[in-house]
Design a protein around this ligand. Structure first.
Ligand SMILES: [Zn+2]
Length: 80
């Protein structure tokens, strides 16, 4: 059980932290995009699909270019 819970808790903490950090600093180049290592689309952190990425495969990007260079494409839902 602990092995299953722990990554989920870490992911939740990361989401909470990134939310509180990016919200007041909208103009600064903080982490804005998130993708899964094993899937093509990348998302805004707020995208509902971003929250479904497995914590083991999650990757964060600060710019679209970074995500695209890493082989990702913009999500069709949140259109980052
Ligand atoms: Zn998305």
């Amino acid at each position: 059980m602990k092995r299953i819970i722990r990554p989920a808790v870490i992911a939740l903490l990361l989401l909470l932290m990134s939310g509180t950090i990016t919200a007041p600093l909208h103009s600064k180049p903080e982490v804005k995009y998130v993708a899964s290592r094993i899937r093509a689309p990348f998302h805004y952190l707020s995208c509902e699909w971003a929250k479904r990425i497995s914590p083991e495969n999650v990757v964060y990007y600060t710019t679209r270019e970074e995500a695209i260079k890493a082989g990702h494409r913009p999500c069709r839902i949140c259109n980052p």
